[in-house]
Design a protein around this ligand. Structure first.
Ligand SMILES: Nc1ncnc2c1ncn2[C@@H]1O[C@H](COP(=O)(O)OP(=O)(O)OP(=O)(O)O)[C@@H](O)[C@H]1O
Ligand SMILES: [Mg+2]
Length: 449
């Protein structure tokens, strides 16, 4: 939401502006005197100000100076009567965004507000990208300020203090491994090992040998004895990834171990005490697997003393700009680059994508873009082709273009010809400047006054 203050001593203008801007979706505050605005701005701030230069009580230019000193991000649009254009021009030199001459037309007011709003929006996005990433790392390497993520961080912090098993149920690429590590690092086991084991694709025999270890001669090719991961991880944490892929017969053995809190190496006779925290992770729906008799219910309840369900990236898009910045910084370090921002158009494409591969997919996209870009800014051109196409599915038959596409291409041609000078382009196209601005905004074309 963008907040707008309108300062004008003429009640009719004030009312009209408030109505027009309110209808456009801005949060409008009106002030009939300069003084009341100056009082308000002591404790409030506005994104945009429409300022009448000729106020009876305070000099408009003084108000402008004050805004630009104390609220430099506020965009000021000067509203001025006939005959005082020179003052308005002077005001733009002092940092005003632009000026409107009275009587103001609805279209001009809307357009001016829209252009200032674009600038404000852009600044918001860029500020976001520039602030120190450290601020957003609630846990090391872990980014997120959205409500669901704050709740997850809270759970991780609590769980880390308690010595219980944890089940992580979430889609691929949502940060299960990162979460498991955080639980380990924040708890009392942090100085002991963190051991990872992927249960997918192994036979029961292999899993047993890996997790429990084996004695010499336990298998025909077991020439020496070997400690299993559960032993290696003593006093630490074991992450059993893809637990849903564990064969049923192995699930029974794991359950037994968890109940007894002791293991026997394969071929061994001396029980070894188990002192580990088990974190199990899966992107499958274990409850559903239980119904289909593919996962043991008793094991499920052993593992899920606490269950953490991580949100999909698409459910926490407000974290996306922070993650983008995080991955840009990571890519800068890896590729020795100095990328410092992303264009609003490129960010917009990302914000509209559904990310089936979640955070990992975003990381890959940013890595790809960072590797290819030659400048300090990631742009649409740096994004993978399939993503750009998805956003602009412009596979037209070139002989029969849709009217919009035709108009876009023609305006773009005229703009190129006039060096993006809007006044000159408007003359060729024989449409008012305001109409041209609208079209350019619609088609995302750039130009200058
Ligand atoms: N909140 C986050 N902040 C920063 N990076 C994240 C976050 N979540 C995930 N990542 C990054 O995304 C990538 C995928 O995360 P991770 O490996 O933890 O996901 P996963 O859920 O285990 O995925 P899979 O199910 O495919 O194994 C990693 O590079 C990780 O660092
Ligand atoms: Mg993983």
């Amino acid at each position: 939401m963008i907040s707008v203050a309108v300062i004008d001593d003429d009640p009719t203008t004030l009312k009209m502006m408030a109505r027009i801007l309110g209808n456009e979706g801005y949060e409008v505050h009106t002030f009939a005197e300069g003084m009341s605005f100056l009082m308000a701005i002591k404790h409030d701030s506005f994104d945009m100000v429409f300022l009448d230069l000729q106020l009876p009580d305070v000099n408009g230019i003084e108000i402008l100076d004050l805004i630009k000193t104390d609220h430099s991000d506020t965009e000021v649009i000067i509203v001025t009567g006939h005959g005082s254009i020179a003052n308005a021009v002077e005001a733009t030199k002092k940092g005003a965004f632009h000026y409107l001459s009275k009587p103001c037309r609805k279209d001009d007011i809307c357009l001016m507000a829209e252009r200032a709003a674009d600038k404000i929006q852009l600044r918001r996005e860029n500020t976001l990208l520039k602030t120190d990433v450290g601020d957003d790392e609630l846990l090391p390497g872990f980014i997120g300020k959205s409500k669901p993520m704050l709740a997850i961080f809270e759970t991780i912090r609590k769980v880390a203090q308690v010595n219980c098993n944890v089940l992580l149920e979430a889609e691929t690429g949502t940060g299960k491994q990162l979460t498991a590590r955080a639980v380990h690092e924040l708890g009392s086991r942090r100085d002991a090992p963190f051991v990872y084991f992927n249960c997918g694709g192994f036979t029961e025999e292999l899993i047993c040998s890996e997790l429990f270890g084996h004695e010499k001669g336990a298998y025909t090719d077991a020439g020496s004895c070997k400690a299993g991961l559960f032993e290696t991880a003593a006093r630490g944490t074991v992450l059993l990834d893809e637990i849903g892929e564990m064969p049923l017969s192995m699930q029974v053995k794991l359950l037994h171990v968890l109940q007894e809190r002791q293991i026997l190496r394969v071929g061994g006779t001396v029980p070894i005490d188990l002192n580990i925290r088990i974190i199990a992770a899966t992107n499958r729906d274990l409850k559903e697997m239980i119904r289909e008799n593919k996962f043991r219910e008793d094991l499920y309840y052993r593992l899920n003393v606490v269950t953490i369900r991580l949100p999909k990236l698409a459910e926490r898009l407000e974290d996306l700009p922070l993650l983008v910045r995080h991955f840009i910084n990571k890519a800068n370090r890896g590729f020795d680059k100095k990328i410092n921002t992303i264009s609003p158009e490129a960010l917009d494409i990302l914000m509209h994508y559904h990310f089936p591969g979640n955070v990992r997919e975003l990381e890959n996209i940013i890595q790809h873009a960072s590797a290819l870009t030659e400048g300090q800014k990631l742009t649409v051109a740096d994004l993978p082709g399939w993503l750009r196409k998805m956003h602009h599915p412009n596979s037209f038959n070139e002989d029969f273009l849709p009217l919009d596409e035709m108009e876009k291409r023609y305006i773009s041609r005229v703009l190129k010809k006039t060096n993006h000078n809007i006044k000159a382009a408007g003359k060729i196209l024989q449409i008012p400047r305001t109409t041209l601005w609208r079209r350019m905004k619609k088609y995302k074309l750039s130009g200058q006054d």
